[in-house]
Design a protein around this ligand. Structure first.
Ligand code: FMN
Length: 131
C-alpha cells in the first residue's frame, strides 16, 4: 500500500485504514471554522471505542497539522484542496493482548482555576509512533 511506503510514521501491518477528513465546504465558518478538528477527533475516538467493542485493534496516526503528512496523504488518495485529512486510523485483529492502562495523573488536574506555579514532570510524556 502506498501509504505505508510513503509515510514512515505509518508502517503498521493492518488490513484496513480509515482516513478521517474535514471538508471545509461543510465546516462552520468564521470564528468557529476550526471546530471541525474537535468534531473529527470525537468521531475518531468513537471509531476506536467501537472497534474495541468488536474485538478489533486500532491505532490513531496523527496527520493534521503536519504539512508534509497532509500533502502525502492528499496526493496518495487524490483528496481535493478543500478537504483536510486529520488522521489515519488502522484497524485489524490484534496479534497480542495487552493489559489496559491509564495515564491519568491527578497532579495534572486543577480545581476551580489553573495554577501555573505547579510544575509537571515531563518524563512520562507519551511516545508518539513506534516506527
Ligand atoms: C493525536 C494522536 C496522534 C497520534 N499519532 C500517532 C502516530 O503518528 N504514530 C503512532 O504510532 N501512534 C500515534 N498515536 C497513538 C499513540 O502513540 C498511542 O499509542 C495512543 O494514544 C494510545 O496510548 P495509550 O495506550 O497510552 O492511551 C497518536 C495518538 C493520538 C491521540
Amino acid at each position: 500500500m502506498d501509504i505505508r511506503e510513503k509515510l514512515i510514521f505509518a508502517r503498521y501491518k493492518a488490513p484496513v485504514a480509515i482516513v478521517v477528513c474535514g471538508n471545509m465546504k461543510l465546516a462552520l465558518k468564521g470564528k468557529d471554522k476550526d471546530l471541525w478538528i474537535e468534531d473529527c477527533s470525537a468521531a475518531t475516538e468513537n471509531m476506536l471505542i467501537a472497534a474495541t467493542d468488536l474485538g478489533l485493534g486500532s491505532l490513531w496516526v496523527g496527520i493534521y497539522p503536519v504539512e508534509s503528512r497532509i500533502n502525502a496523504i492528499k496526493k496518495i488518495l487524490n483528496i481535493p484542496d478543500y478537504v483536510i485529512p486529520l488522521n489515519l486510523v488502522y484497524f485489524g485483529y490484534p496479534n497480542e493482548e495487552k493489559e489496559g492502562r491509564t495515564r491519568f495523573d491527578e497532579k495534572r488536574v486543577y480545581w476551580q482555576s489553573y495554577n501555573p506555579e505547579r510544575k509537571h514532570k515531563t518524563k512520562d510524556k507519551p511516545v508518539i509512533g513506534h516506527y
